[in-house]
Design a protein around this ligand. Structure first.
Ligand code: NDP
Ligand code: GDR
Length: 330
């Protein structure tokens, strides 16, 4: 039985990846941060019905000694570093924390692996935010980076550290440069989920409006379930490498909203308020990925369209709001 260790196991991708690995017969361990509340933050794992099958380990990406001890004990075959301060907007509020967790946290993982399990295979969650102010209309593995937020800068650091440990120490370390991917388990602060949750709330009479920032921004949106398969595929290759994972189609926030509102039988213009407070100090205007390499080498292709995904998210939010008395917990 193969053993996997996932940081960020309580997040969107960590939950779906745990599910996939359990289906494949892996033993799955996940890192969780201590919190002062009684409940473990395992709502997503519970939503998928796998909370009792994932073994949670207390720790933090900021704590190198803990990571070393954990890897010494577990000796995992595969390690997926999904943990991060992942909300771009917060990274201007907390640039130092973001640099430490999202950037330096990667070096902590790489050092712990080098010391304790150098033959383990490592996945680093790189991001299309590294392209930022895009240098080419379609971004590939070769497109130069120009990050536009402290988050993007921290991801560039983690990306190159992963390349460096591969080249310096021969680690089987791969970067997945994933474009935006969403699902019913997406955090409520990200724009797709904010919109689908608002559509559900408006439809149920619990809210009247949604406040958004720059709705002209364009993103290449895919489904998390498709994207976590690419993570796993990267670690099954004989040689480590870096891959862009994207759908190859870009859609504005405005058009994504229209899909969500139409699915709820509502009109966006009746409920939208543009709030200047929600604009970012620097914006990533457009992203469009080219994942030809992943298609050729991993035989990976996305299956779920943006429209299917947004409708699934609206339906899930309506159901959850009904079940939870108007409050969404996952
Ligand atoms: P989420 O924000 O849903 O999850 C982030 C996870 O990181 C949570 O489990 C969180 O724990 C954990 N975490 C945060 N800080 C620490 C810390 N100091 N130590 C240990 N764990 C920590 O992110 P996603 O699942 O959406 O994304 C997964 C990864 O992929 C992230 O690295 C993200 O930056 C990256 N990425 C995501 C994309 C996307 O579109 N979703 C695209 C490209 C890259 P807790 O539950 O306690 O908060
Ligand atoms: P992003 O995702 O920054 O691309 O990072 P997010 O959904 O936060 O923003 C997408 C775009 O929508 C615009 N926008 C708003 N965004 C939010 N969150 N809330 C709003 O009210 C709003 N109004 C307009 C934003 O300005 C932006 O242009 C995500 C994260 O998952 C990262 O961790 C990951 O690396 C990248 O995707 C790829």
């Amino acid at each position: 039985m193969k053993r996997a260790f996932i940081t960020g196991v309580t997040g969107q991708d960590g939950a779906y990846l745990s599910q996939l690995l359990l289906q494949k017969g892996y033993e799955v361990y996940g890192l969780v941060r201590r919190s002062s509340t009684v409940d473990v933050n395992d709502g997503r794992l519970r939503w998928l019905g796998i909370a009792d099958r994932v073994k949670l380990v207390d720790g933090n990406l900021l704590d190198l000694s803990g990571l070393i001890r954990t890897l010494r004990e577990l000796k995992p075959d595969e390690i997926y570093n999904l943990g991060a301060q992942s909300f771009v907007r917060s990274s201007w509020q907390q640039p130092i924390l973001t640099s430490n967790v999202t950037g330096l946290g990667v070096v902590h993982m790489l050092e712990a692996i080098r010391l304790e399990c150098p033959t383990a295979r490592y996945y680093q969650a790189s991001s299309s935010e590294m392209f930022g102010l895009i240098q080419e209309p379609r971004q590939t593995e070769k497109t130069p980076f120009h990050p536009r937020s402290p988050y993007g800068v921290a991801k560039v650091f983690g990306h190159w550290m992963t390349v460096n440990y591969r080249e310096s120490f021969g680690l089987h370390a791969s970067n997945g440069i994933l474009f935006n991917h969403e699902s019913p388990l997406r955090g409520l602060e990200f724009v797709t989920r904010k919109v689908t949750n608002a559509v559900a709330a408006i439809k149920l009479g619990l809210a009247k409006e949604i406040r958004l920032g720059n709705i002209d921004a364009q993103r290449d949106w895919g489904h998390a379930k498709d994207y976590i398969e690419a993570m796993w595929l990267m670690l099954q290759q004989d040689e480590p490498d870096d891959y862009v994972i994207a759908t190859g189609r870009t859609v504005s926030v405005r058009d994504m909203c229209k899909v969500a509102f139409a699915h709820g039988g509502l009109r966006l213009d009746d409920h939208l308020v543009i709030d200047p407070e929600l604009f970012r100090p620097a914006e990533v205007d457009i992203l469009l990925g080219d994942s030809s390499k992943a298609h050729a080498k991993l035989n990976w292709k996305p299956r779920i369209s943006m429209e299917q995904m947004i409708c699934e998210m609206v339906d899930a939010d309506i159901q959850r709001l009904k079940e939870n008395g108007g409050r969404n917990r996952v």
